[in-house]
Every structure is written in C-alpha cells, then in structure tokens.
Write a protein that binds this ligand. Structure first.
Ligand code: TXA
Ligand code: MG
Length: 342
C-alpha cells in the first residue's frame, strides 16, 4: 500500500479516506494517532492489523465537540462528573471512560461495557473529525510496543506501507498520551497519567484514585483495569536502568559505568558533568518539557544501534512528572537501582 503524506490543507482527502473505511495517521496535541471511523468495525480492525495490536486492547473514540457524545449516542448516560471534567479540560489531553451503548463496535470496546472518549485540542485533529462527520477511533500511531510517535516522521518510520495516509502536522506539544480517567468506578480513577495531572483532576472532582498499575507492576494473573497497562510498552531495544538517588550520586554512578555503549538520559544541568553519550529531557524539574522530549529520546536510542545501556534518573511523581515516571518505569521493566543502598 502506498502511504500518502498529506498536509493540513488536505483535510478533505483524509476525510474521504476515513469515510471509505481507511486508516489515516493524524496529529494530536498528545501524540500522533492512527484514526479510523469509530462506528465502522471493519475499518477499526485495520488499525489493529497495522499496529500489530492485541484485539483485547480497546481504543479511544475521538470527538470534535462535547455534544458529539450525545449526537452519536456513544454512552448510555453522561455522568455529572464528565460534564465537570469536559468543562475544565476539553478540548485537551484527557480521556474519559463511561458506560457505552451498542453503537460502539466490539473492535473498539474489546468486549468491555465501557468506552473511552476524548475531545482533542489540536486544530487538525478537530478538522478531520468534523470533515469525516463521524467519531474517530485512534490509538497512538506506533507499532505495538514501540514508543508513541510525536512527529509524522515517527509515524512513517513505523507505518509506511501499512496505512492509507498520514497528515504531517507539527510535533505533538504535550508529547505523552492523554490522561485516562474512568467514571465507571464508584470513585473516579486514573488508569493512565498524562498531560492533565491528578492534582488538576482532584481540584475539579474532589476524590480521585490512582490505579495501582500506574506506579507498580501488575501481579502475574491480575486483571488490568486498562488493558493497555498489561502490555510491555515504550521499551527501547537498549536496556534502560532507572537510578534513584541525589543528582551527584547519579553523575558518579554513570561516570563509574562509562563505556562506548552507554547513554545517559539526563537533564540539561548534567550535560557537562557526564562522561558518556547524553540525551537531555530538558531543564531539571521542568516536567512538561521532559514529557515533550521523552518519546523522541527513546526513539533516538533505538536508532543508535551502538547504545546497549541507558541510565536515567527515577523521575519525580509530581504533576506531569507522574506521566514521565509511568512511561519510563515500563521502559525499564520496573527495574530501579537505589544508589543510597549501594
Ligand atoms: O493521547 C492519547 O490518548 C492518544 C491520542 C492518539 O489520542 N491515544 C492513545 O491511544 O494513547 P492508545 O490506544 O495508545 O491508548 C489507550 C489506552 C490503552 O491503555 C487502553 O487499554 C485504554 O486506553 N483504554 C481504552 N478504552 C478503554 C476502556 N474502555 N476501559 C479501560 N481502558 C481503556
Ligand atoms: Mg499507545
């Protein structure tokens, strides 16, 4: 299949492909998505084939207005909390899980009785949804198991020849996927941290729980509230090791383990102190910038075949730091070296 590369003046071309049951890579403010008509099960099945994604992992349905939820009859009932969240954070990097109707194909819900809905803020994403005149199911546009794509080039690296088209927009501003919150539990619960922080959600809703799988490895045989959490994610081919300890201890440890095949995923302040290859996430404590650069750094590590070991600091779990922590702890297979204990 020839994958067309479109620009954002060719929204109508993308919309026509989507109406005809095709798959198009689209920019969003979080990461690039692989979109298909969410109400067309056959179209959605093509997304799973292109990504190599297990069929038991449900997709997020993207709308271009809060009213689209009712217009397309996506959910049984809109909870009060959903209205409050939408008012505060939509359009934007927040996905809300609610009880679904039978309009949602089983390819989208993967057998669950819920559906995840997001109203993205990216103008191109909104324009495509509006022009296609249907909600769009879209996972991140990476091959299953690879870091999510934050540029059209990342999408092409993974999907060229496997999808009908990609729209080349700018690099995704947030850089990590949306925060996923479910309202199908007694107390609203965060299943995946992202650009909207737990602190922001609590300011609107009051009590909000954070699912155990956000910070910890699921026990063998445990059922994941969010099926995506049980899969190995964001794992570069190199071995990622997370180091817990002071800034000085981090520098000392990495320099003591220097080598041709070693890379430090670090902060700007560390660059001159480290005696190994470096990739910086940004200024220390600037978690928004770290999120923005994270997946691009992980992809660069993969592209450099000489890197076998990556040393990163264990991120803070404050604010958007929690989203970076959640991705990196998975990239590291939950292995953390405690420098104080050495
Ligand atoms: O920012 C984003 O959310 C991006 C852009 C393209 O919008 N999309 C994205 O989709 O990250 P994906 O498929 O890569 O991640 C969706 C996550 C998965 O972990 C999936 O298991 C979970 O959301 N999910 C989707 N529907 C769900 C549901 N009904 N119940 C529980 N988890 C659900
Ligand atoms: Mg994904």
């Amino acid at each position: 299949m020839n994958t067309l590369v479109l620009n954002n003046t060719q929204i109508d071309v993308a919309a026509e492909i989507l109406k005809n049951g095709g798959v198009v890579g689209i920019p969003t403010e979080t990461v690039y998505g692989l979109a298909a008509d969410a109400l067309n099960g056959e179209a959605v099945a093509k997304i799973f084939r292109a990504k190599g994604r297990p069929m038991d992992n449900p997709l997020i349905v993207h709308v271009a207005a809060f009213e689209d939820i009712e217009r397309f009859h996506l959910v049984r009932e809109i909870p009060e909390a959903a209205k409050q969240l939408a008012h505060a954070f939509w359009p934007g990097p927040l996905t809300i899980i609610m009880k679904r109707t039978d309009v949602i194909p089983h390819e989208v819900s993967a057998g669950l009785d819920t559906v995840a809905v997001r109203f993205p803020s990216h103008p191109t994403a909104q324009a495509v949804i509006r022009a296609a005149n249907t909600p769009l199911a879209a996972p991140s546009a990476n091959l299953s198991g690879s870091p999510s794509p934050t540029t059209a080039q990342h999408v092409l690296n993974d999907m060229k020849g496997k999808i009908d088209a990609v729209i080349d927009g700018s690099a995704s501003a947030v850089g990590v996927e949306s925060t996923v919150i479910t309202l199908a539990t007694d107390v609203p619960r965060v299943l995946r941290p992202g650009g909207i922080t737990v602190e922001q959600l609590r300011a609107v809703l009051g009590e909000v729980e954070v699912d155990d799988a956000v910070l910890h490895k699921l026990a063998d045989g445990a059922v994941a509230a969010s099926p995506g959490m049980k899969y190995k994610h964001y794992a570069p081919k190199a071995n990622v090791l997370l180091l817990k300890g002071s800034d000085d201890a981090y520098i000392r440890y990495v320099n003591a383990h220097a080598g041709e095949d070693v890379c430090a995923l670090c902060c700007d302040e560390d660059l001159l102190l480290l005696k190994v290859k470096t990739l910086s996430l940004g200024k220390r404590g600037d978690y928004l910038t770290h999120a923005h650069h994270l997946f691009d750094c992980l992809r660069r590590i993969d592209e450099n075949h000489t890197i076998h070991t990556v040393y990163s600091r264990l991120p803070s779990i404050e604010g958007v730091g929690l989203a970076v922590y959640n991705r990196l702890i998975r990239a590291a297979g939950f292995e953390v070296i405690d420098l104080e204990a050495i």
